[in-house]
Design a protein around this ligand. Structure first.
Ligand code: ATP
Ligand code: MG
Length: 344
């Protein structure tokens, strides 16, 4: 057995997470994922971050747009503060071991588990007979993304909690069926004031990069005027802001805007309400817009710079894939050996 592979329940902490290049990045991706990846990287734990292009194609992606979105996502990671020398930053399809371990997990996961996934129900909708097989199987590939690195912690937004739980089920079943203690049981890490940023048009719906309505989201590359306009037009209720978090009960749109403010400013909701409680939205929205512009425009500017010449990104991704494979290859090989595949 390769000595690089850990096989005990005492796994070294390692962080993995990914984002799909399925459109432009949103404020939800930034606050729920990217900003937290950067904070994690700074703690010094080994961190691996991925552009999951093979997840993106579970729904139709125009090839030129997919390529552009992958570059833009990589630029977004770097512009948000991810350091490709400290963290491993790579594109999923450049590490073929993901698809290989994904297949193994297709054979571990059960149909019933997949049918219970709320994201499958939401994304396939009423027309599930016409959805791709990949969309149905996607959580098994996500489990492979995580377990291929023996990751122990997975920072994600609230919407991905169920998928990380499925990853735990897959790891547990594999270990049990083969009588090994090979895969760690990873923990979802869902923290901060904005674990679920909601649509600006509907406070009960998640902000998503694939939402057909551009007004529903703030894109990291929106200019200052667009950000201000979207916040000004965001749905709200007629009441003033409360002074305490309890007062946000039953007010999803108000809660969302306060959460966004808190997360952008690294404050708690109570701290924000202590400052802005009693204000009308007509007064709060411009303050929020100014904060959003101040925090996002440096990121957007750096993304534009990085996008001007993609050779720098190509080099970062090639290096990232190489480093990722150094970890992934022995773990895949050991998985094959455990399962009984000849040649492993
Ligand atoms: P899509 O609509 O194509 O699924 P998405 O915006 O949901 O795109 P993903 O690539 O699926 O983005 O998710 C990337 C990361 O961003 C995940 O960790 C996810 O939990 C997080 N995330 C996505 N949307 C939000 C949101 N509205 N609030 C907080 N975190 C979010
Ligand atoms: Mg999503």
């Amino acid at each position: 057995m390769n000595e690089a592979v850990q096989t005990s329940s005492d796994f070294t902490p390692r962080v993995f997470s990914g984002i799909q290049p399925s459109g432009g990045l949103t404020l939800g991706n930034y606050l729920g994922a990217m900003k937290r990846f950067v904070d994690t990287q700074e703690t010094g734990v080994q961190s691996i971050y991925c552009m999951v292009d093979q997840h993106a194609i579970t729904v139709w992606q125009d090839p030129a747009k997919l390529r552009h979105a992958t570059y833009e996502l990589c630029a977004g990671y770097i512009a948000s503060g991810l350091n490709p020398d400290k963290s491993i930053l790579f594109n999923q399809s450049q590490v073929p071991e993901h698809a290989q371990l994904g297949w193994m997990f297709n054979c571990v996961a059960r149909m019933g588990w997949m049918q219970r996934m709320t994201q499958w129900k939401d994304k396939a909708g009423k027309n599930s007979q016409n959805a791709s097989l990949g969309l149905f199987a996607y959580p098994a590939l996500m489990a492979a993304d995580i377990l291929l690195y023996h990751a122990t912690h997975v920072p994600v937004g609230e919407d991905q909690k169920q998928h990380v739980e499925l990853t735990r089920d897959i790891a547990t079943k594999f270990n049990h069926d083969y009588g090994v203690d090979f895969f760690p049981i990873p923990e979802p890490v869902i923290e901060g004031a904005a674990t679920r940023v909601m649509s600006l048009r509907d406070g009960t719906k998640k902000m998503s990069k694939s939402d057909p309505s551009d007004a529903s989201r703030i894109n990291l590359r929106d200019d200052a005027d667009t950000i201000a306009k979207k916040i000004r037009k965001a749905k709200t209720d007629p009441e003033a802001l409360p002074s305490e978090a309890d007062g946000l009960e039953g007010r999803p749109e108000a809660r969302n805007l306060v959460n966004i403010y808190a997360a952008l400013n690294d404050q708690s909701v109570d701290q924000v309400l202590a400052e802005v409680g009693g204000k009308q939205f007509s007064e709060f929205k411009p303050i929020l817009a100014d904060l959003a512009v101040a925090k996002l425009s440096p990121i957007s500017g750096e993304m534009s710079r990085l996008m001007q010449d993609t050779t720098e990104i190509d080099a970062i991704l090639a290096k990232g894939a190489e480093r990722a494979r150094e970890i992934a290859t022995p773990i895949l090989k050991e998985t094959y050996r455990i399962v009984g595949m000849v040649g492993a």
